[in-house]
Design a protein around this ligand. Structure first.
Ligand SMILES: NC(=O)c1ccc[n+]([C@@H]2O[C@H](COP(=O)([O-])OP(=O)(O)OC[C@H]3O[C@@H](n4cnc5c(N)ncnc54)[C@H](OP(=O)(O)O)[C@@H]3O)[C@@H](O)[C@H]2O)c1
Length: 248
């Protein structure tokens, strides 16, 4: 199985880190010789310049900027076996328009891929599902979704989500400092909070209900957050992100 990663940016490197010891024949393809040299040194994989690169029969992971799709497609030739695009906001029909492949998949990983902790949504041709899931499981959990539109919805949650949670985490940590905690302690507590939350298996509302006791301290905090309309703001932010991903 020959895997070609087009691009050597943050996401390409995260995927490379996850798969380099799992698959034998991996090649990284890009336009800058110096950057390719660094990739070769760091990961010990083959590299190739993009101009005239033949994708025929290969599993191609497309990890370039969305706006570069057309330009990159003009530099590649041949027909891939499976093309996996991770480009935000680029629907499968657009990828199909520019690049030839027997099967197509579209995936949306997130920034935690670099720690092999991504949650990655994937969709596309079912014939390629197994291999796509196998490759992307090396950077974290993979969730199959029904169609392109669901990838755009997933983008708003798992692709952009880390940025939203970073704002929330900063606000929580700053609040701790405001109350009197040292910065490093408040940050550690906040990180611990996210780790603890990730371990909980209950429904989200169960978590809230179990922590919120009558007339308690959590109840007071929740009253304020609800009065300030935190739910509505988050709701609106996620929906707007989804809508924007349809316009890229
Ligand atoms: N970062 C995230 O959290 C995240 C999450 C989900 C999906 N994605 C998607 O992953 C893709 C890559 O994102 P990234 O964060 O890895 O970006 P990045 O670090 O900025 O890397 C961008 C890559 O695109 C290449 N590129 C840009 N224009 C090109 C052109 N005209 N011809 C050839 N190569 C070109 C760059 O090569 P040069 O260095 O030579 O310009 C580089 O390899 C994007 O489509 C993004 O939507 C990112």
């Amino acid at each position: 199985m020959k895997i070609s990663i087009i691009g050597y940016g943050e996401m390409a490197k995260a995927i490379l880190k996850g798969i380099k010891d799992e698959f034998e024949d991996i090649e990284v393809v890009g336009r800058d010789e110096e950057k390719l040299k660094k990739i070769k040194e760091e990961f010990g994989v083959k590299t190739a310049l993009i101009d005239g690169y033949d994708i025929t029969g290969k599993i191609v992971i497309l990890a370039i900027k969305p706006y570069a799709l057309q330009e990159v497609s003009m530099r590649l030739k041949g027909e891939a076996q499976i093309l996996i695009s991770i480009l935000a906001g680029k629907a499968l029909f657009e990828i199909e328009k520019y690049l030839k492949s027997k099967y197509y998949l579209r995936a949306m990983p997130n920034i935690a891929a670099k720690y092999q902790a991504s949650t990655t949504a994937i969709t596309g041709d079912v014939e390629a599902r197994k291999i796509g899931e196998e490759i992307l499981s090396k950077i974290g959990e993979v969730i199959w979704v029904e169609n392109d539109d669901e990838i755009d919805m997933a983008t708003a949650i798992i692709g952009s989500g880390p940025a939203f949670l970073a704002i929330l985490a900063e606000a929580i940590s700053d609040s701790g400092v405001y109350c009197g905690l040292k910065r490093d302690v408040s940050e550690k507590l906040t990180r611990g909070l996210f780790k603890s939350f990730a371990a909980l298996k209950e429904d989200f509302s169960d978590v809230k209900n179990k922590v919120m006791s009558p007339k308690g301290t959590t109840a007071e905090g929740i009253r304020v957050l609800e009065e300030e309309g935190i739910r509505g703001k988050i709701f609106k932010g996620i929906v707007k992100t989804y809508e924007k991903s349809k316009k890229i």
